[in-house]
Each structure stands twice: as structure tokens, then as C-alpha cells.
Design a protein around this ligand. Structure first.
Ligand code: T46
Length: 139
């Protein structure tokens, strides 16, 4: 699986000026127990972050404010997914190289993760990533 889109439960208020409330519950909307939440903020439009894959980590990405394009590939398939509504989640598993493009100033990227932070879980070199997924495909 390259990715999965998750529609987050959202409660709109009768008074539209009071906005809406979206929910992510571990083991339900995110198909794992959430051990960590982090968010990326203060990024200007035109910036790109990421350039890595994970060996074991599962993550649910969502954008509560702004517009961010997530570019992903797993060695055989690639896609770009636009996160521009707070009610959309993007589920990414292991073995997926990602970059994130900020399309609007100060867009916020929030991530619910299945594990605590572990730098050893990262593959940050693209050539190593290609070798890693090629080896995994042979198993
Ligand atoms: C991902 C994308 C969507 C920590 O110390 N703890 C943490 O939990 C995280 C996530 C990062 N860091 C440190 C590691 C680096 O020194 O924060 C610094 C910035 O991390 P990084 O350059 O990996 O940030 P991004 O935006 O490229 O990637 C992040 C996540 O690291 C990554 O898992 O999938 O967001």
C-alpha cells in the first residue's frame, strides 16, 4: 500500500462562525496506538521538507490549517496528495519516501505516529531507500 486517505470525523457547529471539530482516535481513525504527536509550523510557502522514509513507523498526517502537498513513492508507485481540509488524513506506512511542499504560508502539518522518535528508523539517503525497497521486494 502506497497510502490511504482517511476521512476524519468532523462535527460542524450550527453557528458556522463557530467552525468545526475534527477527531482522530487511536486504533480507530489511526489504525495503531498513537505514541507521539508532533506538528510542523511557521513554514513559508515554497519550502520543501522531508526527504526520507521510515523502516517501521506508521503515521497519520493531517493539515488543520493551510495547504500542503505530500509527495510519496515506494519504489514501484508514486503519488502526490494535497492536504487542504482539516477533515482529511493521510496514512503512511513503512518503506515510503516522502517530501512535503508548503503551498501556503504557515500551513500546519500535524502527525500522529505509532512509535516514539527513533532516528535509527529513518532512511534519509535516497539511494539507500531504493536499495532498501528493492531488497524488501525480493523477500
Ligand atoms: C515525517 C515527516 C512528515 C525529534 O527530535 N523528534 C521527533 O519526534 C521528530 C519528528 C523530529 N525530531 C527532530 C529530528 C530533526 O533534528 O527534529 C528535527 C527535524 O526533523 P525532520 O528533519 O525529520 O523533519 P521533517 O519535516 O523533514 O520530517 C518530519 C518527521 O521527522 C518525519 O517522520 O514523516 O515530518
Amino acid at each position: 500500500m502506497l497510502y490511504q486517505l482517511v476521512s476524519l470525523k468532523t462535527h460542524g457547529m450550527k453557528n458556522k462562525n463557530q467552525g468545526a471539530l475534527s477527531i482522530i482516535e487511536g486504533t480507530q481513525d489511526a489504525p495503531f496506538e498513537i505514541k507521539r504527536i508532533y506538528y510542523i509550523h511557521g513554514v513559508k510557502a515554497g519550502e520543501r521538507r522531508g526527504h526520507h522514509a521510515h523502516k517501521a513507523l506508521w503515521q497519520l498526517l493531517f493539515c488543520p490549517y493551510g495547504k500542503i502537498r505530500i509527495n510519496i513513492e515506494n519504489g514501484t508507485e508514486s503519488a502526490s496528495v494535497l492536504l487542504e481540509t482539516p477533515s482529511a488524513g493521510l496514512l503512511l506506512g513503512p518503506g515510503v519516501w516522502r517530501t512535503m511542499d508548503w503551498l501556503q504560508d504557515d500551513s500546519v502539518l500535524c502527525v500522529a505516529a505509532s512509535e516514539h522518535y527513533d532516528e535509527d528508523d529513518y532512511i534519509r539517503d535516497y539511494q539507500q531507500f531504493r536499495e532498501y525497497v528493492a531488497q524488501a521486494a525480493c523477500k
